[in-house]
Design a protein around this ligand. Structure first.
Ligand code: ASP
Length: 736
């Protein structure tokens, strides 16, 4: 068990709020928040520590040879200057010219969008020999954390006790947007985001340098970048070279700018140092990254909802959709390329969900939460004042999840109806956009606000290119058939109208998909400035469908907001009382803000009598290679391996190139692409996955089974420089 400090201190610090919200460095912020006297040794293993906590988590005791200030310091250069968020992933700057290393699966969409059957970058890989060869990735953005400030008081002052739940959500949302817009005005060119740390309680405003010109620099062939495919995904041992290079650009004056051929590479304040010596078993490693979402501070009733409703629905819907898309692409490479990003992301979530369903049972998470709540109820009952305030709390939360469970199937199917067929997804974005953009900026749904609209339209345009008519018709028909046998569907008038159409579902689905013009980029672009009435007047069948269904979706969105508002308030109170009852075991759930996690390169035992060692090698890769999908290895790799052309990158003990490694950090989705750093903060690998048992991390972390997986920097350097001859990139990284 690792040595650490009381998580209560962390919780208390984050629960404390203050009225002023000027940006400041870590020590000033911490000083104002709470007294440091709260620190005390306590049991804990997990830890996605917010950067506000670095000074208080005992970095040294955990094996990190850096001070909190060396890791993050808004007033000086620090490690965090070398870390960026790349869309939903993490990346690292590894040169003075904006070169970013991230995962192959994070750059996948950019690689796919640039691929055609004739120039198949997915299959063949890609190397830009010069800056001019780099390929723009128009829907990618990069952000770098610059500072943060607690704005809980400002956010919560927008609410009042007598407010309805839906109004509460809307007020919080609006206030967050106001703060963001103001901060962006005060800091031109930067991106501001208010993140909820503890649900309903604490809010932090982060300021990011925000780069919008991002380009693809290098991608290994998919047979390396995703070696082992879905069979190996979420598994250990692993032999996957899941990395790629991108580059961020700015205007010639160094300011963030949209893509322009005149732009120049971004100069990071301090790129990460790449350490070609790598790691060995037992070494301390730490990660900085943007973990997306965990749900560790939720109730037993939430676990029941996940276990019995949401996760099984995802598994069945996604596996069906993946099978349809694979069938469609089997004989036509152009169609396969169009579907590849979506297949990959659905398959990733589908397998993770299966892992979570097994893990929830195996780790008895529901029982653990039930026990925790039994204790909490006893604690509440022990004191009349607490009893009067909190007695109904858990029941009220349970009621929300019980309603969500009852309606889960219908609500999920309705949502998939407008997301599974691409044309309906585009139609919804256009119609929703037209409706929302008629409102004042602050009242719009986030994607349609002025500050987000150009990114949203960019994404819609790219989605058009990925549309395949025949697959769309299958998706639509499949969803309609599912709805036909779902209780409650016939009670929704526009849905019933479709389900009972005399034409028959098959014909209906085919004819909508045949006649819509939403696969035509020019038509879609012409819709961006149309009003809802004009969209209807276009007579496009997909737009007409969505217009008819739109009130149903708006009603659902309002319902979701009402639930969110209710849970927001109830969880706020739950944290308050749990904090008193337990005096530890609290960290804010992951929320896509910057976190640090630390662990060791170490083996694990997933099941009785099996121990899995933490480093895989090129020898293992060759053994696994069958020449049949998904275990195909490109000839240049085989040749370099057989000739033992190791370029001095072999592991001193293993005498061969290490490929991937395993370590006991606390990670989740969004940590994809995070640098794996040694004790000195040098890059020794790139995080890309977790072991199957660790899919359960999102609900609970455990030293026994939670292991993250990274690609070894030596494999990265070897594949890039020795195998594919991109020595200019290796030099760019190592020569700074
Ligand atoms: N491979 C994972 C993902 O894509 C990374 C993780 O969740 O640990 O989400």
């Amino acid at each position: 068990m690792s040595n650490c400090y009381s998580l209560l201190a962390v919780a208390l610090r984050l629960l404390c709020t203050r009225a002023d919200s000027g940006f400041m460095g870590i020590s000033g912020f911490m000083g104002l928040l709470c007294s440091v006297g709260l620190l005390a040794p306590a049991r804990c293993d997990e830890g996605m520590f917010p950067i506000s906590e670095l000074a208080n988590i005992g970095l040294k005791n955990r094996g990190i040879e850096l001070t909190a200030d060396e890791i993050f310091n808004p007033q000086a250069k620090s490690i965090v200057d070398g870390i960026c968020r790349v869309n939903g992933c993490t990346g690292s700057f590894v040169s003075n010219a904006g070169l970013i290393i991230t995962n192959h699966h994070c750059a996948f969409d950019a690689i796919q969008k640039a691929s055609t059957p004739e120039r198949d970058l997915l299959n063949d890989g890609f190397i830009a020999q010069t800056l001019a060869d780099e390929v723009p990735a128009p829907n990618y953005t990069v952000r770098i954390t610059e500072s943060y400030a607690d704005v809980s008081a400002e956010v919560l002052s927008a609410t009042s006790p007598e407010m309805g739940y839906s109004d509460r959500t809307k007020s919080i949302d609006r206030r967050k947007k106001e703060l963001e817009i103001q901060a962006e005005k005060d800091n031109p060119g930067m991106r501001a985001e208010v993140a909820e740390m503890f649900v309903g309680k604490t809010y932090v405003l982060f300021l990011y340098t925000y780069l919008k010109d991002v380009r693809l620099v290098f991608a290994p062939p998919i047979s390396i970048g995703a070696f082992g495919g879905e069979l190996d995904n979420w598994e250990w041992p692993r032999h996957t070279g899941d990395y790629s290079f991108m580059r961020a650009y700015t205007a010639p004056d160094g300011k963030p700018a949209e893509y322009s051929p005149n732009n120049v590479p971004y100069v990071p304040k301090r790129p990460l140092r790449v350490q070609p010596k790598g790691i060995d078993e037992g070494d301390t490693v730490f990660l900085l990254g943007y973990p997306g979402r965990t749900v560790r501070n939720r109730t037993e009733s939430f676990i029941q909802y996940e276990q019995n409703v949401r996760l099984p629905l995802i598994v069945s819907l996604y596996s069906w959709q993946i099978a349809e898309m694979e069938k469609a692409g089997a004989k036509d490479r152009a169609v396969a390329i169009k579907h590849s990003t979506r297949i990959k992301s659905l398959a990733n979530v589908e397998k993770r969900s299966r892992g979570q369903l097994i893990g929830l049972q195996r780790a008895k998470i529901q029982q653990q939460r039930a026990d925790r709540e039994t204790k909490l109820k006893a604690f509440i009952a022990s004191d009349p004042v607490k009893y009067s305030k909190y007695a109904l709390l858990l029941d009220q939360i349970d009621m929300v999840y019980s309603e969500m469970s009852k309606k889960g199937t219908l609500e999920t199917y309705l949502r998939e109806l407008r997301t599974a067929p691409r044309a309906l997804a585009i139609a919804f974005a256009l119609y929703d956009g037209a409706t929302e953009r008629a409102k004042p900026d602050l009242e719009r749904e986030a994607p349609y606000m002025d500050r987000n609209w150009s990114q949203s339209t960019q994404q819609i345009k790219l989605d058009v290119g990925d549309r395949d008519q025949a697959t769309d018709a299958k998706m639509l028909l499949g969803m309609l058939e599912l709805l036909q046998s779902t209780p409650g569907a016939q009670d929704i008038e526009p849905v019933a109208r479709v389900l009972n159409s005399s034409e028959g579902l098959n014909k209906l689905a085919s004819s909508v998909m045949e006649n819509t013009k939403l696969g035509d980029l020019e038509f879609v672009t012409s819709c961006f400035n149309k009003s809802p009435q004009e969209l209807i007047a276009s007579g496009d069948p997909a737009l007409l469908w969505i217009a008819d269904l739109y009130p149903t979706y708006v009603k659902q969105r309002d319902k979701d907001k009402e639930r969110e508002g209710k849970l927001n308030q109830l969880y706020g109170s739950l944290i308050e009382i749990q904090r008193l009852a337990e005096a530890s075991e609290f960290l804010p759930d992951a929320n896509a803000t910057l976190r640090l996690t630390v662990g060791k390169v170490e083996a694990y035992s997933p099941i009785d009598a099996i121990v899995k060692k933490p480093i895989t090698t090129l020898d293992g890769l060759l053994e696994k290679t069958t020449g049949q999908e998904p275990y195909v290895t490109p000839v240049p790799v085989l040749e370099a391996a057989r000739a033992k052309r190791f370029a001095g990158l072999e592991h001193p003990r293993l005498k061969t190139i290490p490929v991937a490694f395993l370590y006991s950090t606390d990670t989740t989705g969004g940590n994809s692409g995070s640098p794996v750093l040694n004790a000195k903060g040098e890059l020794v690998g790139v995080n890309f996955d977790r072991a199957f048992e660790a899919t359960i991390n999102d609900f609970a972390w455990n030293q026994r089974y939670s292991r993250s997986i990274g690609v070894d920097v030596r494999y990265v350097l070897w594949i890039t420089g020795e195998v594919f001859g991109a020595k200019h990139l290796v030099q760019e990284m190592l020569s700074k």
